[in-house]
Design a protein around this ligand. Structure first.
Ligand SMILES: Cc1cc2nc3c(=O)[nH]c(=O)nc-3n(C[C@H](O)[C@H](O)[C@H](O)COP(=O)(O)OP(=O)(O)OC[C@H]3O[C@@H](n4cnc5c(N)ncnc54)[C@H](O)[C@@H]3O)c2cc1C
Length: 385
């Protein structure tokens, strides 16, 4: 296998490109956007995501760009009382493990990945190319772009996100279900809210059917907030509907005084909302020479903060499987068999977590063993036979 085409330059696609380039494979990645512009929000890198990125040689740059909270705890939304439970940051420290969380601006993570890909091959990424069609035969796969041009490779990786065109071409269009939940996100300078961060750098407020996570990124200078509330109806799917400040305050009414003060200071122009849609897991990610990864394979609700982690894990395992010396179809089958149960399990668990949060309890719906979830290392997990 000599020539890989990747559709989509998000976290999963760029990670896969890097994993393959580092193993000497020629990769051509096509991204529909004319320029990369990640949304203004933070992202939490859990241990498996960090292990995956570190295996791609990115430990130093991630450690320079990310924040590590001293502790990460849950707090009652209404009373502001800390919930009981282990301090996972401390537990990881005491066990001598890598930090339980790194927290980073999405744009910074994206830039780190894109820079590493370009450093490995300056020709790898082409922007402004949307894949609209594909055709495969015994020798290869051809993709057609919106502008009518084509590219051909030995394999196509569909890393084109939650509304994956590649997935639709393989398996048909779907109608995702609206979950009845809407998410709000905002960034606010630490300097504006320093008096209202008493519960520490990384906090999850839960209760009354509402959940709000807030944590600090960009070297202690920015608070990233993301909250989820039930709503009556909404059909728009997308990340960036602007929100009046009053709406944010109204939706999170009843918050404890510290959180209320923080929300009052959320910058009006930087607050966005989006509706949460849910999809069932799919049983096949591979058809012939085409494989799905990241949100294209397993778009999940954000309640566990593990969506990007799953894409990074996919990418690292794909890099290993495709360079294992096995014939292409066998290598792709190995990838799917190694990854599917885990990522689909996390998808279902994220859904369960959302339901637990919505029903107002302290959110601990964890059908998968939590320790096992976090102990995973995509760089060393045995490949399925
Ligand atoms: C509120 C929220 C908070 C989250 N927090 C976390 C967190 O803390 N930790 C975590 O691990 N995960 C988190 N996630 C999940 C994570 O953001 C996603 O799972 C992850 O970004 C998906 O990466 P991806 O590369 O698969 O898809 P995307 O990031 O969607 O990238 C897909 C790319 O493909 C491009 N594309 C689309 N169609 C085409 C086409 N036809 N041709 C070419 N290019 C195309 C798109 O422009 C895009 O650049 C969160 C998600 C949400 C919604």
């Amino acid at each position: 296998m000599e020539n890989v085409i990747i559709a989509g330059g998000g976290i999963a696609g760029l990670s896969a490109a890097l994993a393959l380039l580092q193993k000497g494979v020629k990769v051509r990645l096509y991204e529909q956007a004319k320029e990369f512009a990640e949304v203004g929000a933070g992202i939490t890198l859990s241990q498996p995501a960090s292990r995956g990125l570190f295996s791609l040689g990115l430990q130093d740059v991630i450690e320079k760009a990310a924040d590590i909270p001293a502790r990460a705890g849950a707090v009652d939304f209404e009373t502001g009382e800390p919930e009981e439970g282990p301090d996972l940051m401390q537990t990881a420290r005491e066990a001598g493990e890598i930090p339980y969380y790194y927290q980073i601006h999405r744009a910074d993570l994206h830039e780190i990945l894109a820079d590493a890909v370009r450093a490995a091959d300056s020709e790898c990424i082409t922007l402004g190319k949307a894949v609209v069609d594909l055709a495969q035969d015994a020798e290869g796969v051809t993709v057609t772009f919106q502008d009518g041009s084509e590219a051909r490779g030995d394999v196509l990786l569909g890393a084109d996100g939650i509304n994956s065109r590649v997935r639709a071409l393989l398996f048909g269009e779907e109608n995702p279900r609206f979950t009845g939940q809407v998410a709000y996100r905002f960034l606010v300078p630490v300097a504006d809210v320093a008096d209202y961060l008493g519960h520490g750098a990384s906090v999850k407020y839960t209760g009354q059917g509402k959940t709000l996570l807030r944590y600090i990124i960009r070297h202690g200078t920015l608070v990233n907030g993301v909250g989820f509330v039930p709503t009556d109806s909404w059909t728009e799917e997308g990340w960036s509907t602007p929100v009046e400040h009053e709406e944010l305050l109204e939706k999170f009414a009843g918050a404890n005084p510290e959180l209320e003060e923080l929300l009052k200071r959320a910058p009006i122009d930087g607050t966005r909302k989006w509706a949460l849609f849910d999809r069932d897991p799919i049983e096949r990610w591979v058809v012939g020479r085409v494989a799905l990864l990241g949100d294209g394979a397993h778009p999940m609700l954000p309640f566990l903060g593990l969506g990007a982690a799953m894409g990074i894990e996919d990418a690292v395992v794909l890099g290993r499987a495709l360079t294992s010396g096995k014939p292409l179809e066998e290598a792709l089958a190995i990838y799917e068999a190694t990854r599917k149960d885990r990522a689909n399990g996390v998808l279902l668990q994220s859904r369960a977590q959302g339901l637990a949060d919505q029903s107002g309890g302290v959110a601990t719906a964890r059908p998968l063993d939590h320790q096992q979830l976090m102990a995973y290392d995509p760089a060393s997990v045995p490949l399925a036979a």
